[in-house]
Design a protein around this ligand. Structure first.
Ligand code: UDP
Length: 462
């Protein structure tokens, strides 16, 4: 067991059951467990149906509680408001019961006193539940700190919409244009009810003593510092990528271990093994993106016309959007799979660049593995991540949008630029620098490791 926190506390980690939000909280749970704590990851009924827990540590468990629904968020036709309402009524009931059961188990509670509830930031009500049971709690942000800062500044009236000038300069953020803001702020069609809902994450933020972020100090230094100066107790604890790809201190931690989709591992690896180093474009839009038919076709031909081999993840639910006989036409040049083990793919020497929707996990994974990116943001926090990819971290390019779509010529041109031996060099070099900084943050005594140690030593003494 690594780490020096020998006294064991019991920590609950309440997930939001979507792949990209579970992965970082799962990794944080593993880190806490590796430092000797008992950790119970709490997820809701629908997710349990598709979850495939890997072999976790003895002191890392999953408890499934009810959210009153039978469907995964991905497969549900329920409106957002309805689903939020249901979760806010049902999850507190089952969470209360779970905490009661744990506290009533005196033998267990004597050995590992229940000390803390880490909850997904979209569930701010969990804070009060924890406090009612006499334990402390804090939110976990699975989005970039920059995006949280933008939303916070909007909440505080520092960012005013619509923007008065084409470019706006907000404290601690790079100059931003409308297209760089999270889509729910920049898109005039966003339902105001949704924005109101999203802003509720800040309601009790001034009361919490810990705010966890799946990022690392050097990656988002300015925004983290700015938030700390607002008296927000932010702690960067990432990157939340399996240890084998970073510091390698957690035994056998080479995979997230929870898959909401079935990966095509062997097919991908065999195909990549047959390709030359740095010759393949890996393309994926994560677990949720739903591109239009038109955009899908542009993407298909953009990849195809880039003249590079490509491995493209097209989820089962999106497959019908592929051009007719696409797989037949691309032959050996491209491989289309319904899901892969992204970390294994990104770390394969054949992969030269990542065409990504700029989901936060995907970006963190690419940075941690030193892979340059072509950012093709889709929605939510993706535009801001794409801005940072291109202009702050300088690890790639961002596609230009033309009347709502990205044309195939633009996609091919961006891929060619990043893959080019000369033009792409600056991106590859920058990506390697971030890879090293990511590893450093998670190493013993690194900035994120120190934050985790500090958290554990403080809760031990409460
Ligand atoms: N992922 C994966 N296999 C795939 C595509 C994605 O394992 O074929 C993982 C990826 O490694 C990441 C997560 O799914 O951890 C996607 O999260 P992200 O935040 O990038 O996007 P989201 O799915 O939330 O839009």
């Amino acid at each position: 067991m690594e780490g020096k926190n020998d006294e064991q506390s019991h920590i609950l980690v309440l997930f939001y059951p979507v792949q990209g939000h579970m992965n970082p909280m799962l990794q944080f749970s593993k880190r806490l467990a590796a430092k000797g704590q008992k950790v119970t990851m709490v997820s809701t009924t629908p997710a349990s149906k598709t979850m495939k827990p890997g072999s976790f540590r003895r002191n890392l468990n999953i408890e499934i509680i009810s959210d009153g629904s039978e469907q995964t968020p991905q497969g549900s036709s329920e409106s957002l408001e309805k689903s939020v309402q249901r979760c806010e009524t049902e999850i507190p009931k089952s969470l209360n019961q779970l905490i009661k059961n744990i506290k009533n188990n005196s033998e267990e509670n004597g050995k590992y006193p229940l000390k803390f509830l880490v909850y997904h930031y979209s569930m701010p009500w969990a804070f009060n539940i924890a406090r009612e049971h006499g334990i402390d709690a804090g939110p976990f942000y699975t989005t970039p700190a920059s995006v949280k800062t933008i939303c916070y500044q909007y909440h505080k009236g520092i960012l005013k919409l619509p923007l008065e000038n084409p470019t706006t300069k907000l404290p601690s953020l790079p100059p931003l244009q409308l297209e760089d803001l999270p889509s729910f702020l920049s898109d005039p069609n966003t339902d105001p009810a949704f924005i109101k809902l999203a802003m509720r994450q800040f309601t009790n933020l001034s009361e919490v003593r810990w705010i966890f972020h799946s990022t690392f100090e050097k990656l988002e230094h300015e925004v983290l510092e700015w938030m700390a100066n607002q008296n927000l107790p932010v702690k960067a604890i990432g990157p939340t990528v399996p240890s084998m790809y970073l510091d390698n201190r957690l035994e056998d931690d080479k995979d997230y271990g929870l898959n909401l989709f079935e990966p095509n591992v062997e097919i991908c690896m065999n195909w990549l093994d047959s390709k030359e180093a740095g010759s393949v474009v890996y393309a994926s839009f994560g677990s949720l993106a739903n591109l239009t038919q038109e955009q899908f076709e542009e993407l298909a031909w953009g990849l195809c016309n880039s003249n590079h081999s490509f491995l493209w993840v097209v989820r089962e639910s999106e497959k019908e959007k592929l051009p007719a006989n696409f797989e037949g036409q691309i032959a050996e040049k491209g491989l289309v799979v319904t899901w892969c083990k992204q970390l294994q793919v990104l770390s394969h020497k054949a992969v030269g660049c990542f065409l990504t929707h700029c989901g936060w996990n995907s970006a963190l994974e690419a940075l941690s593995l030193g892979v340059p990116m072509v950012g093709m943001p889709h929605q939510a926090d993706h535009p801001t991540v794409a801005k940072y990819v291109k202009d702050v971290w300088k690890v790639g390019v961002r596609v230009k949008v033309n009347e709502g779509s990205v044309m195939k010529e633009e996609i091919s041109a961006c891929i060619k630029k990043v893959m080019d031996k000369d033009e792409g060099k600056e991106f590859r070099n920058a990506a390697l620098v971030w890879k090293e900084l990511a590893r450093e943050a998670m190493e013993m005594g690194g900035s994120s490791d120190k934050n985790i140690e500090e958290f554990l030593s403080k809760i031990k003494s409460t």
